[in-house]
Design a protein around this ligand. Structure first.
Ligand SMILES: [Zn+2]
Length: 448
């Protein structure tokens, strides 16, 4: 069963390393894209054009014949999307101005209720607002016709405040641009994008085979690109999901529920050997790098080059790391899905993430494991999956949920992963005790 609403999510796709020639081309397009946007900002962000921003066609038409595209020799697919993007930004800054003005109108004690209603209505009716700002004739909207207000005084106020808060957007982003579906196609595992030579395309070999047919953001990196693809996901509803889960999120076991159920049991095994392997690799690499620099510094270039070729291959290292990361991510996602299927939650309660400002006295390995513990990723995926499955996600402050015995309420002892209570004699695990405490604390908070 579907409610018909959707959420937008960004999917990332990466290119292989690209030749400098291609990188140069991409940077050139991004630079011109930025120039076009700034030109549109300069021409159309003033009060005179407020009423012309929607639909975008009239501005698009004017820009087609202004000569800028020919001067830049920029293909139309980039040129026109840059214009559309710039107009969207201008509308965004008008939105900010209107919100600011609405807040000021509410806060201004010199205005009567009628004054406020007049001002709010003009702000709402774009054509009237535009006419006021440019001193044009306009028809009073029906709702404000009979109000007892000094229209001149209020219009002056609107103009003054708008002048004060309206800013011209500007862009200095020269490492990204957007491309529309008619600007690219796929062949032989590569995305082929329009270039400055008519009928020619430039190949961007991709790391995977996925293809899309929507506007894509091209993010230029040092020697490759990242493609950001917006995708829509339908929000699902599960009428049979009726339970409330209280979850402790750990880095040994991913989820421990107050019922004792555990999901993501192998997470620590996936993460820890990888963490240790990476630490070892890093040590080796930095030793090698030191040797390389020493040799290069003494002019022993042949030896330096050997080391570089054989040991500093960063791309192999990156690929391996990326594969491990993907494997862990897949595991995390499938375990969240499995939990949903088996536990059928309507609501999930977790603790707010704890800020780690006391990391200084952890050992290096623990520190690195924390940094790579996927805690942030797990929370992000849980939140996203709750959203698209219509599951309510609630958080409480973690304070007290770790140290207190969930059976008798006394202060307990934590030894490695065990939780011991001398008061009532219970012996359990830290994750299970914490999950039970989350349940107790949440229900205490919400039942008075
Ligand atoms: Zn106890």
């Amino acid at each position: 069963m579907s409610t018909g609403s959707t959420v937008t999510k960004t999917i990332w796709q990466y290119s292989d390393p690209l030749p400098e020639e291609t990188m140069e081309f991409l940077r050139g397009i991004a630079t011109d894209y930025c120039k076009v946007k700034n030109d549109v900002y300069r021409r159309y962000s003033g009060v005179k054009n407020l009423d012309r921003l929607t639909p975008v066609y009239s501005i698009l038409n004017e820009m087609r014949y202004c000569g800028l595209r020919e001067r830049l020799k920029l293909p139309a697919v980039y040129y026109e999307l840059a214009i559309a993007d710039a107009v969207t930004d201008i509308k965004g800054s008008w939105g900010i101005v209107k919100n600011k003005l609405r807040a000021l109108i509410t806060a201004n004690e010199n205005l009567s209720a009628d004054d406020r209603q007049y001002l709010r209505t003009i702000l709402k009716v774009n054509s009237a607002y535009a006419a006021v700002l440019t001193y044009q004739e306009y028809e009073l909207p029906k709702r404000v016709k009979d109000l007892d207000v000094d229209v001149n005084r209020l219009n002056n106020l609107l103009r003054r405040l708008t002048r004060k808060y309206l800013t011209q957007p500007s862009s200095d982003t020269v490492d990204s641009f957007r491309i529309s579906p008619n600007g690219y196609s796929y062949r032989d595992g590569a995305m082929r994008i329009v270039c400055r030579v008519p009928r020619k395309r430039i190949a961007i070999p991709l790391k995977d085979e996925r293809t899309f047919d929507r506007q894509i953001q091209v993010q230029i990196r040092e020697n490759n690109v990242a493609l950001a693809v917006p995708t829509e996901t339908k929000i699902k509803r599960h009428d049979d999901y009726q339970n409330t889960l209280y979850i402790y999120i750990g880095y040994q076991d991913m989820f421990t529920l107050s019922s004792g159920a555990v999901y993501g049991k192998a997470l620590a095994e996936l993460v820890s050997p990888e963490t240790e392997r990476l630490a070892r690799k890093n040590r080796e690499r930095s030793k090698m790098y030191a040797t390389y620099q020493k040799n290069a510094a003494c002019g022993n270039l042949q030896k330096a080059e050997n080391i570089e070729v054989n040991n500093l291959g960063k791309s192999k290292y990156d690929r391996q790391k990326e594969r491990e990361r993907l494997r862990t991510a897949t595991y995390i996602n499938s375990e969240i899905n499995r939990m949903f299927r088996e536990e059928k939650p309507r609501k999930i309660v977790i603790t707010k993430p704890v800020t780690r400002n006391k990391t200084a006295h952890y050992s290096k390995t623990v520190n690195r494991r924390l940094a790579r513990s996927f805690g942030g990723y797990i929370r992000e995926r849980l939140a996203y999956k709750c959203l698209i499955n219509s599951i309510e996600l609630d958080t409480i402050n973690a304070k007290g949920t770790g140290s207190i015995c969930s059976y008798c309420g006394a202060e307990g002892k934590r030894q490695k992963t065990d939780f011991l209570c001398e008061n009532c004699g219970i012996q359990t695990t830290i994750p299970l005790n914490s999950a039970r405490n989350i349940k107790i604390k949440y229900n205490k908070n919400n039942n008075g």
